[in-house]
Design a protein around this ligand. Structure first.
Ligand SMILES: [Ca+2]
Ligand SMILES: [Ca+2]
Length: 185
């Protein structure tokens, strides 16, 4: 008798917990489908707490090529497509910028800094590259964070080619090549 009563109580308690969970976070994450036939309960279980970082589906820089390499800052905008299991609008912000060339290396005009973050999705990049290199590649990192603080970092690149492909601007290109070769010795 006693054992049966305890078992019944546990079952009732479990049912109560499940019922309570199924009402939390209603409608926060449609179609997660962890438990087929009980999507609402699955969403609640995934969001209390939310331990899943946002998913970055695409990230791009515009423009993604800088030309001519005249050592001037060019405004660049980063566009990020992001989704999260619970937060309908994760926030993204530029969190890192790097270059495959030294900021103030030889033959790049001796200018620094070469980038400046101006907003969550905007920055200035210097249109230059070493005349003795193969082209500069800036890598911009953007961190997207959901309401629970889970974060994902995505990256986009911006090229400063060594040579312009079609319609080569010989004047600009030649000047930079000369600087690079002289600085190399
Ligand atoms: Ca999340
Ligand atoms: Ca520089």
């Amino acid at each position: 008798m006693t054992r049966i009563a305890i078992g019944t109580a546990i079952a009732a308690l479990s049912a109560g917990i499940i019922a309570a969970c199924s009402t939390d976070g209603a409608g926060t994450a449609p179609g997660t489908g962890l438990n087929s036939g009980n999507g609402l309960g699955a969403a609640a279980a995934a969001c209390t707490p939310d331990v899943t970082a946002p998913s970055i589906t695409s990230m791009a820089a515009s423009p993604n090529t800088l030309w001519p390499p005249n050592h001037k800052f060019v405004p660049v905008t980063i566009t990020t497509s992001v989704a999260d299991n619970c937060d309908s609008a994760p926030r993204c912000a530029i969190s890192s910028v790097s270059s495959n060339e030294p900021v103030n290396g030889l033959g790049d005009g001796d200018t620094s800094p070469d980038w400046q973050v101006t907003g969550a999705s905007t920055l200035l990049l210097r249109a230059e590259r070493s005349g003795r290199g193969t082209g500069r590649v800036y890598t911009i990192g953007s961190t997207c964070t959901d309401a629970a603080g889970n974060a994902t970092v995505g990256y986009a690149t911006v090229m400063v080619p060594h040579d312009h492909g079609a319609g080569n601007d010989d004047a600009d290109d030649h000047d930079d090549d000369e600087g690079g070769e002289q600085g190399d010795s």
